[in-house]
Ligand binder design. Structure first.
Ligand code: AMP
Length: 282
């Protein structure tokens, strides 16, 4: 397994591999790897000749009051985990390699970046699309692997790829959860023991909505009420949103029809968590 820190070196290495006809699979991450990341890496390993992951905590996707500085980092641990999964290359650039002092260019997907999480984290998706666009130009993968955990991010990145003609296929993989249902996230590390217990309410709320839908409920207003009640009962009071959106377009729906994503963003203590499920058309 190689660690590459320079953009030029990465592009040169990939160009050579592509000349040899290798399929390049790519998993972008912010590191502090967990089973969610590893499931993407494993799928990528199965479907490609070369597996590249990137580890970069991207400053442009954090708001000024967000957790960029505290975000957990442990390269040695990530290195061990990646090696065990037979990753070929870790792209691990410095901040200045990605954003030199005179950096000026950003990618923005209009509309989609301003709803759901975008409403509460202005500029976040502009940072995400910018870094992913840059990484695609550096890693030049055949296939990009993303997690459904960040459902809005996956839709926005696919829109960018289509609009800007990036020659890459995209695979979106299911959410990996802890045994009690909590979606795996590097940010779970911030939770105290009691917060960790309360955090399961996000999944409980999603499952309650799923059950109501199975029993015939179609009105999102009623589903949202029930979900809110479950969160508040677990002392989760700061709820950014509980939304019901079309899985493809992210447009809000008031009645469940077609494929719908039910998405939650809420604070458990000071930690902002997101989770979602897809309700497929019967
Ligand atoms: P991050 O390091 O949080 O930026 O995540 C890197 C990639 O891993 C993104 O495509 C995420 O959607 C994906 N990911 C994060 N958590 C999970 C999870 N619990 N299950 C599946 N994919 C995940």
């Amino acid at each position: 397994m190689r660690i590459i820190r320079s953009v030029g070196q990465m592009q040169k290495t990939i160009s050579k591999l592509k000349q040899q006809g290798k399929r390049i699979g790519f998993v972008p991450t912010m590191g502090y790897l967990h089973e969610g990341h590893l499931s993407l890496i494993r799928r990528c390993r199965k479907e490609n000749d070369i597996v590249v992951i990137s580890i970069f905590v991207n400053p442009t996707q954090f708001g000024p009051k967000e957790d960029f500085r505290q975000y957990p980092r442990d390269f040695q641990r990530d290195y061990r985990l990646a090696k065990r999964e037979h990753v070929d290359i870790i792209f691990f650039p410095s901040r200045t390699a990605m954003y030199p002092p005179k950096y000026k260019t950003y990618i923005e997907v209009q509309g989609l970046g301003e709803i759901l999480c975008g409403k509460f984290r202005p500029g976040h998706f502009r940072g995400v699309t910018t870094i992913v666009g840059k990484l695609l130009n550096i890693v030049m993968p055949t296939t990009l692997y993303l997690g459904q955990k960040d459902a809005q991010q996956a839709v926005i990145i696919q829109q960018m790829i289509s609009d800007l003609h990036f020659p890459v296929k995209v695979r979106v993989r299911p959410i990996v959860r802890e045994r009690d249902g909590l979606a795996m996230s590097s940010r779970n590390k911030y939770l105290s023991k009691t917060e960790r217990q309360r955090a399961t309410a996000l999944y409980t709320a999603l499952m309650a909505a799923k059950d109501m839908i199975r029993k015939g409920e179609k009105k999102t207003k009623r589903l949202r009420q029930r979900m809110r009640h479950i969160l508040v009962s677990a002392k989760i009071k700061k709820i950014d949103y509980i939304e019901f959106v079309n899985a493809r377009t992210l447009e809000p729906v008031s009645i469940i029809h077609g494929d719908v994503v039910i998405a939650i963003a809420a604070y458990v203590g000071k930690t902002r968590l997101i989770d979602n499920i897809i309700i497929r058309k019967r």
